[in-house]
Design a binder for this molecule. Structure first.
Ligand code: 13P
Ligand code: SF4
Length: 345
C-alpha cells in the first residue's frame, strides 16, 4: 500500500475520530512501519488499548491478552513487535524463546504487574502449602514461574473451575479475585499488613487467597460515576472490565475482557454505551460502530499503554529495541503456567 492508499483506508475507518491532518501524518508513518515489518520478517501484535491510528494501520493481529498470547504462540516470523505493555511482550517471549521480541517503549509497565514479586509468591506457597497458584497474565515472568497456571480476564473463571480443588491462591488483582469469587460462589481472603509482615485471617471460611494488587486505571471508576452517568443518560448500557471493583462490576450491565466488551457493543443495539476501561478503546469502538454513541471517562488513562506510539514502533523496528530478555530457567518454568492456560481454551 502506498501512502495515499493507506491514508484512504485509514480515513474510511477513522475520519470521525481522528482529524484529517493527523491521519495524513500517521498514514506516512504506517507505510514506513509496514515496509520495515516486511523487510525484517516481523509480526506486529496490537492490544485493544492502542490509539485508533496505530490500531487501524500496522498490527497484523489485534485483540485482548488471551487472543494475543495465542497469536504469539503461533507466529512463524523472526521478530514479534508487541504494541502493548511489557508483561504482554514477556508472555510472547515465554512462548517463543528463539524469536526476538520487542516492546516499543521502555516505560510500558503495569501497576498490577508491579504489585507482586516472585518472593511474595514463594512466601504465600509456604504459608498455604499444596494450594495451587493461579496468576493473572498481568505479572512478570518470574512471578509466572512460581505459578501453576495463568489466566486472563477472558478465562479467569474457566481456569479456576478447571483446577477442581477446594482452595486456590489467586494473584495479584484483588478486584479480579473478588469478581471471580462472586461468579464462582467462592469466599476470598486478602492479606493485612502488620508489623512489616503479611497476615491472613485463616480462621475465616475461604476458598481463595488473594493479593492486594490493583490496576491504577480501573481502580478509579466508582459506583458514583455509574449513578451520575445513568442519571444523565437513563438509556445507557454500562460495560466494566473485571479489573474494576466488584461493586462497580455489579452496578454495570456487562463485564468482560476488552475483546468481549468490543463484541458486546457490536452485537447489541443501545442508544448510548459507557465503557469503563482505557479510553482509547472507546475511540476504537466508536470508529467501528458509527451508528452508536460511545460515552467515555477520559480523565482516567493508562499511562503505560499510552507510551506506545507509532513513532516508537518505527524506531523499535529500525533499532531492534527494546529487546525482551528472560533468563532461561525462569522462562521454562513460566512457560508451563502460560501453556496450561492456553490449552484450556
Ligand atoms: P484484556 O486481557 O481484557 O485485554 O486486559 C488487559 C489489561 O491490561 C486490561 O487493563
Ligand atoms: Fe496495567 Fe491497568 Fe494499564 Fe491494564 S490498564 S496495562 S492493568 S495499568
Amino acid at each position: 500500500m502506498n501512502t495515499e492508499e493507506m491514508y484512504q483506508s485509514m480515513k474510511l475507518k477513522l475520519e470521525r475520530v481522528v482529524p484529517d491532518v493527523e491521519l495524513r501524518i500517521k498514514a506516512e508513518l504506517a507505510v514506513e512501519i509496514n515496509r520495515l515489518k516486511k523487510e525484517r520478517n516481523a509480526v506486529i501484535l496490537g492490544h485493544n488499548y492502542m490509539e485508533p491510528a496505530l490500531f487501524n494501520s500496522i498490527p497484523d493481529f489485534v485483540g485482548d491478552s488471551l487472543e494475543l498470547s495465542r497469536k504469539a504462540a503461533q507466529t512463524e516470523k523472526d521478530i514479534i513487535v508487541f504494541c502493548g505493555v511489557k508483561f504482554m511482550a514477556e508472555t510472547a517471549k515465554i512462548l517463543n524463546p528463539s524469536k526476538t521480541v520487542l516492546v516499543p517503549s521502555a516505560k510500558a509497565g503495569c501497576s498490577l504487574a508491579a504489585s507482586i514479586t516472585a518472593d511474595d509468591v514463594r512466601a504465600l506457597k509456604k504459608k498455604f502449602p499444596g494450594v495451587p497458584v493461579v496468576t493473572y497474565i498481568n505479572t512478570y515472568a518470574d512471578v509466572k514461574a512460581e505459578s501453576d497456571i495463568c489466566c486472563t480476564s477472558g478465562n479467569a473463571k474457566a481456569v479456576v473451575e478447571s483446577l477442581k480443588t477446594d482452595t486456590i491462591i489467586f494473584l495479584p488483582d484483588e478486584y479480579l479475585a473478588g469478581n471471580v469469587a462472586r461468579e464462582t460462589g467462592k469466599h476470598v481472603i486478602f492479606p493485612t499488613q502488620g508489623m512489616g509482615n503479611l497476615q491472613f485471617d485463616t480462621t475465616l471460611d475461604y476458598q481463595m487467597v488473594g493479593w492486594n494488587g490493583r490496576c491504577e486505571v480501573h481502580d478509579k471508576f466508582t459506583v458514583q460515576d455509574i449513578k451520575n452517568v445513568r442519571e444523565q443518560f437513563p438509556d445507557v448500557i454500562i460495560l466494566a472490565h473485571p479489573e474494576c471493583s466488584p461493586a462497580v462490576v455489579e452496578a454495570s450491565d456487562y463485564s468482560g475482557s476488552t475483546t468481549a466488551m468490543i463484541r458486546y457493543v457490536k452485537e447489541t443495539k443501545a442508544p448510548h454505551y459507557l465503557i469503563l476501561t482505557e479510553c482509547s478503546m472507546g475511540d476504537n469502538i466508536a470508529a467501528e460502530n458509527p451508528d452508536k454513541e460511545m460515552l467515555r471517562l477520559c480523565t482516567v488513562r493508562c499511562p503505560h499503554m499510552n507510551t506506545i506510539t507509532m513513532e516508537d514502533t518505527l524506531e523499535a523496528l529500525k533499532q531492534t529495541r527494546y529487546v525482551i530478555e528472560i533468563p532461561e530457567e525462569i522462562r521454562a518454568k513460566a512457560f508451563i503456567a502460560v501453556d496450561r492456560m492456553i490449552k484450556i481454551g
